[in-house]
Write a protein that binds this ligand. Structure first.
Ligand SMILES: Nc1nc2c(ncn2[C@@H]2O[C@H](COP(=O)(O)OP(=O)(O)OP(=O)(O)O)[C@@H](O)[C@H]2O)c(=O)[nH]1
Ligand SMILES: [Mg+2]
Length: 302
């Protein structure tokens, strides 16, 4: 799957990538330099290799790849990014996007489009202007993509949890039915009195009910290592596609890990016995996640 991030210089493409996928903090992005031409990175998600193409937005680079647009080919998901702190360049951004759509049309391609109205925050920016800019941007940009499978969203690297969810939803949108499973899991997590993290085997957090366990999409390193180790045992020693693991401390803390179909993991942490109600919901959740993993696998086979 190929995702292309496009937008004028300084609109925040490399920052979005860094915060959502590469464990950078929002503050770290202040030191980023402009991207030269384009950069590509791979990111595994639910067993799929996702290629993220970050297209430099400075004029000289835009000119270069627009004249030789082969590198734009094969985009499944196009993410045009608008800098809400820079309304004087809205028109220019619009022209750039129209130019890109022209190229896709000529190549007979129709990527899904997710427009990011980005920097939706008041970090170094006055609140009063932000609201005006959002309104203006909506009027100007939404129309551009009307012939496409299109959604728009307000984004900011300073709201990391929301940003991670935005990318998660974009990534699972390519699988039929997964979204409803994720939504159901989100509801169930609220009813269970234990800490639960559902992630893929590479450590992309899909759903959780614990604060501070992820940076963007990425699960905390120590828990990622634990999942990795268990996954190795599953593969090399159990030689099955699913397995469960359990650990307990003297003072009654417990950790439980379920791996489904070598792709999905459910991590449960508790400090006391669960009440009956929570146990029931948990059982249903685990069944549903097993189904979720089956769906992912069968989508890959297709
Ligand atoms: N306030 C705010 N600033 C942001 C946000 N995202 C990025 N920035 C800042 O915007 C500046 C430019 O970010 P980059 O990610 O380098 O921009 P870019 O789109 O990659 O620019 P080029 O590589 O030149 O195309 C940095 O100082 C970031 O800290 C955001 O959501 N809110
Ligand atoms: Mg960049």
């Amino acid at each position: 799957m190929k995702i292309s991030l496009v937008g004028l210089g300084g609109c925040g493409k490399t920052s979005l990538y860094s915060v959502a996928f590469a464990e950078k903090s929002p503050q770290d992005t202040k030191a980023l330099s402009p991207t030269i031409l384009y950069e590509t990175r791979r990111h595994p998600f639910l067993g799929l290799q996702v290629g993220i193409f970050d297209f430099g937005g400075q004029e000289q680079y835009r000119k270069e790849y627009m004249e030789k647009p082969d590198i734009l080919k094969g985009t499944d998901i196009l993410i045009p990014i608008v800098d809400l702190h820079d309304p004087n360049n809205f028109e220019q951004a619009k022209e750039y996007f129209i130019g890109l759509l022209d190229i896709y049309r000529k190549n007979n391609e129709k990527p899904k489009v997710f427009l990011f109205l980005h920097k939706f925050d008041v970090e170094d920016y006055p609140k009063e202007l932000l609201d005006t800019n959002v309104k203006k941007a909506k009027e100007l940009f939404i129309d551009v993509f009307k012939d496409y499978d299109f959604e728009h969203m307000l984004t900011s690297i300073y709201d990391q949890d929301k940003l991670a969810k935005t990318f998660r939803d974009i990534l699972i949108a390519s699988y039929a039915d997964l979204k409803s499973h994720v939504e159901k899991a989100e509801e169930r997590l609220e009813e269970i009195k234990a800490k639960i993290i559902i992630s893929d085997i590479s450590g992309n957090v899909i759903v959780h009910n614990v604060q501070g366990v992820s940076s963007g999409l990425t699960l905390r390193g120590d828990l990622r290592d634990f999942i990795n180790a268990c996954n190795t045992v599953r593969e090399n020693i159990f030689m099955t596609d699913s397995a469960s693991f359990k650990g307990a401390s003297d003072d009654g803390k417990e950790i439980e890990l379920h791996i489904f179909k070598y792709i999905l993991s459910v991590l449960i942490m508790k400090s006391e016995e669960l009440d009956m109600e929570s146990q029931d919901v948990l059982k249903t959740l685990l069944n549903d996640m097993k189904l979720f993993a089956d769906l992912v696998i069968s989508a890959h086979v297709d």
